[in-house]
Each structure stands twice: as structure tokens, then as C-alpha cells.
Design a protein around this ligand. Structure first.
Ligand code: UGA
Length: 446
């Protein structure tokens, strides 16, 4: 009989995973404790902007005309437990308030709610990013609290999807990593991922701690790569070098690789910043803190870029923001997302606002979330409106829409034709030809 799957937690990870599992042919039940989210999903609406996700969802959500009907939603753990052979736990693990450590309360709550209903054989698969050691603890919890006892097994299967590419990354993963303790769990997961495995996705089978560590190691490496190139940008700024050329040149060495070497205002979002901090905190608990002290430096290089952007802008407008209008293009932490969590763009906008400038922000998708987080900033309905009357334009999230702007048209709206490219993504020549002073991070000013 075909496997039935539940997905617990319907945020970025869970909603995408649920839709992808339905696309792979399984009957899927998504669960969330927030009834409004479930209502939206049942209507085929996605609570966030993620390219392609709404279409995939509508293709499968039961009750939507023409759908396969393979995907349903509930808020009821008893129903989920009765439905599924495999339960994927996809709830989020944010940074704890005032601490580096990761907040496990949503994961723990999900296990506590599910376990008492597991009366028969079941595989619970953790996907959330957790501190190493959590899987072993949660396996013991399941064995103790599920009526099925040892038949309620655990596996850990970290997720590597990127926002903006979530659907593609989930359907065509570049690797599948599973931490298991027995053959049954491995066999079931091979069945779940049969399609991507047949397409050639590598399948890495390991123990619990390694599976948990793979995820935090991968994100730490990515953060390190970005901070490395941003450190080079700092040196380029001091030495009058060009970090873009530098990145291109070192990127041709395939041991280094060209990806994730884009210098600018640095990394943000709901993953990289909190993951490196939680990793440091966990290593400290394990007595291995020395091994990860370098991540502290990665974090500070990254945070310094935001301050550097503010400084560049302040100098460029004549030394003080008082009485100045600043347009900020971008609010999301990266393009093709409406996610503003720990967004460098909003952080910079907020700092400049606090220094007395009148800041107007525009983002193609992130406006609602940005307004909620920073209600005191000004917001405009288009890039041109944001730029109207501005003494400086800051490009802080590299949406395609911003690269396609006509600098000549924008120049008509601005008070001063001064653009600071915090993502090194605009074409300097185009902007300069239209009479703009173009400045970027880690590049010569000439
Ligand atoms: C990241 C990882 O890339 C995923 O593999 C992982 O699954 C995910 O976290 C997670 O843990 O869930 P994501 O947060 O969607 O994915 O974003 P990234 O594409 O990694 O970008 C992170 C930040 O780095 C963005 O603010 C981006 O603008 C910035 N960045 C990226 C740079 O500043 N320079 C670069 O060269 C690349």
C-alpha cells in the first residue's frame, strides 16, 4: 500500500514539503496549530511569497477544481497520527530571545502533541534545524511517550532548500541526508524519495548527530564564504581594489567556486544568522566552543557591513542625515522572497531613519512584512515613488525589477542623482551614463 505522509508545521519548509510530497504522488495531510494558516492553505493560498508554490499547492489541494485531491490540511494531531505512516516535523527553530541558542519549544511541542496518538508503527522524521543531540533526545521521548513504544521510530532528514527556490530545491534536491538508527527507517525514506533518487540525487545515510551537524555545517560554510568576500571588500575599500573582479578571479578556481562570493550588505534571513549563533552556543555546551570561535568573526564581519553601508551613505550625503531624504530599494533579505527576518536592507533603513533621515522603502513583495516590523519607516508603492525627492538611493535587495529600472527616468524623480549599490548588482555604466554618481561596496569610487 502506498505510504501516507503528514507534514507538521506549514511554514516555508512545511508548506513546500507537503506540496512536493503530493507532487511525488503521496497522499499528504499538512498540520499546523494556527487555524488561519490552515484555512488559507485549504483555499490553495500560501501564507508567504514563494515562486511556484501556490501553483503546486493548487494542483494538489483537495476541494480545488481540477486538483489531484492528494493534499489535505488539519489542526488535529489525532487525525494526523491516524492518517500517516510517516510524519515529517517541519516547525521552525528560531533564535531564543536574548540568547544565541536555538528555541526548541515548537519542536518539543510538536513531539509532545503527536506522541500520545502514535498507537501503531510510525516513522517520525525531523526536518527542522536543531542543535546536535536533539534527535537522540527526541527518539527517547518517542519511545517513552508513544503507545507504540519502539515501533514509533525517529529519523533525521535535514532540509537544504533556499527561499525563492524552495519548490525546485525540494523536488530536485542536490543531496538527501538521512540520520537513522535502523534499516526500516532507511528503507521507508528511500521509498519517500524514490523519484529524486532515480533522478540521481546522492543519498547519504548516517547517524543522528552527523545528520544534524551536516545542516549547521553547510549553513556555517555558506555564511563563512559570504563573510570572507565581505572581508575582502573591506580590504578592497582600504586599498582601492575591486572586490567584484577579485571574486571573479578567485571563483575560476573550482576548489573555491564562484557561488556565494557576492560582496555587499551581507547575509540575513531566518537561517544563516541564527544557525551560526545556535551552532556556537551548542558547541559551547559540548565543550567544543574553541572549534567555532571563528563563527563569531563571521557574524561580526557580516553585521559590520550594515554599519559600513550606513556610513557610506552618511558621507555621501554630506556627513549628516538630518533633513535628508533617502530611498531604500529592497526590504526582503533576498530577492524573490517576502521574508524580512533579519533583513540587512531593513536594518540599514532603520539605522538611517534613527539618524534623522526621512527614509522611504520600496520592495516588490516584502512591503506588508516590512511595515509590520518597521512601522515608522516611510513606504512607497513603486521604486520611482520611493526615489521621489531623494538625496540618495540605496539598492539593498537585488530584485530583477531594480536592475531593469531606467536610471534616466529615475533621475527625473530624485533630488540628487546618487546611488549606493549595497548588492553590487546594478550596472555602474548605465547609471553613470544617466548622470548618476554610482558607489558600491568594495569597489573603486572613480
Ligand atoms: C539558506 C541556505 O542557503 C539553504 O541551503 C538552507 O536550506 C536555508 O538557509 C535554511 O537553513 O533553511 P536562505 O536563507 O533561503 O537559504 O538564503 P541564501 O540564499 O542562503 O541567502 C542568505 C543571505 O545571504 C541573503 O541575505 C543573501 O542576500 C546573502 N548572500 C548570499 C550574500 O550576501 N552574498 C552571496 O554571495 C550569497
Amino acid at each position: 500500500m502506498a505510504l501516507k505522509i503528514t507534514v507538521i508545521g506549514t511554514g516555508y519548509l512545511g508548506a513546500t514539503h507537503a506540496a512536493a510530497m503530493a507532487e511525488l504522488g503521496f497522499d499528504v495531510l499538512g498540520l499546523d496549530v494556527v487555524p488561519e494558516k490552515i484555512e488559507m492553505l485549504r483555499r490553495g493560498e500560501v501564507p508567504m511569497y514563494e515562486p511556484g508554490l501556490e501553483d503546486l499547492l493548487r494542483k494538489h489541494v483537495a476541494g480545488i477544481e481540477g486538483s489531484t485531491g492528494r493534499l489535505g490540511f488539519t489542526t488535529d494531531y489525532a487525525e494526523a497520527a491516524a492518517f500517516g505512516d510517516i510524519h515529517f516535523v517541519c516547525v521552525n527553530t528560531p533564535q531564543k530571545q536574548g540568547e544565541y541558542a536555538c528555541d526548541m519549544s515548537y519542536v518539543d511541542a510538536a513531539f509532545a502533541a503527536l506522541a500520545p496518538h502514535l498507537t501503531g508503527p510510525a516513522l517520525v522524521v525531523g526536518k527542522s534545524t536543531v542543535p546536535v543531540g536533539s534527535a537522540a533526545r527526541l527518539a527517547a521521548y518517542l519511545a517513552a511517550h508513544a503507545p507504540a513504544g519502539a515501533d514509533a521510530e525517529l529519523a533525521w532528514n535535514p532540509e537544504f532548500l533556499r527561499e525563492g527556490f524552495a519548490v525546485q530545491d525540494t523536488l530536485h534536491p542536490d543531496r538527501i541526508v538521512v540520520g537513522v538508527r535502523g534499516e526500516r527507517a532507511e528503507k521507508l525514506l528511500r521509498e519517500v524519495y524514490a523519484t529524486p533518487l532515480a533522478d540521481g540525487a546522492p543519498f547519504v545515510v548516517t547517524d543522528f548527530p552527523t545528520a544534524e551537524l551536516v545542516k549547521t555545517a553547510a549553513n556555517s560554510f555558506l555564511a563563512t564564504k559570504i563573510s570572507f568576500i565581505n572581508a575582502m571588500a573591506e580590504v578592497c575599500e582600504a586599498a582601492d581594489g575591486d572586490v567584484l573582479k577579485l571574486a571573479e578571479a578567485i571563483g575560476y578556481d573550482d576548489r573555491i567556486g564562484a557561488k556565494f562570493l557576492r560582496a555587499g550588505v551581507g547575509f540575513g534571513g531566518g537561517c544563516l544568522p541564527k544557525d551560526i549563533r545556535a551552532f556556537m552556543a551548542r558547541a559551547g555546551e559540548l565543550g567544543a566552543d574553541q572549534a567555532l570561535t571563528f563563527l563569531r568573526e563571521i557574524d561580526s564581519i557580516n553585521m559590520r557591513r550594515r554599519g559600513q553601508m550606513v556610513e557610506m551613505a552618511r558621507e555621501a550625503v554630506g556627513g549628516s542625515f538630518l533633513g535628508k531624504r533617502v530611498a531604500v530599494l529592497g526590504a526582503a533579505f533576498k530577492p524573490d522572497s517576502d521574508d524580512v527576518r533579519d533583513s540587512p536592507a531593513l536594518n540599514v533603513a532603520g539605522q538611517i531613519h534613527l539618524q534623522g533621515a526621512q527614509v522611504t522603502v520600496y520592495d516588490p513583495k516584502g512591503m506588508t512584512n516590512a511595515r509590520r516590523l518597521f512601522p515608522t519607516l516611510g513606504y512607497a508603492d513603486s521604486a520611482t515613488e520611493a526615489v521621489r525627492g531623494a538625496h540618495a538611493v540605496l539598492h539593498l535587495t537585488e530584485w530583477r525589477e531594480f536592475r531593469e529600472l531606467d536610471p534616466a527616468v529615475l533621475g527625473e524623480a530624485a533630488t540628487t542623482r546618487l546611488v549606493l549599490d549595497g548588492r553590487n548588482a546594478l550596472d555602474p555604466e548605465r547609471w553613470r551614463r544617466a548622470g548618476w554618481t554610482y558607489r558600491a561596496m568594495g569597489r573603486p569610487t572613480a
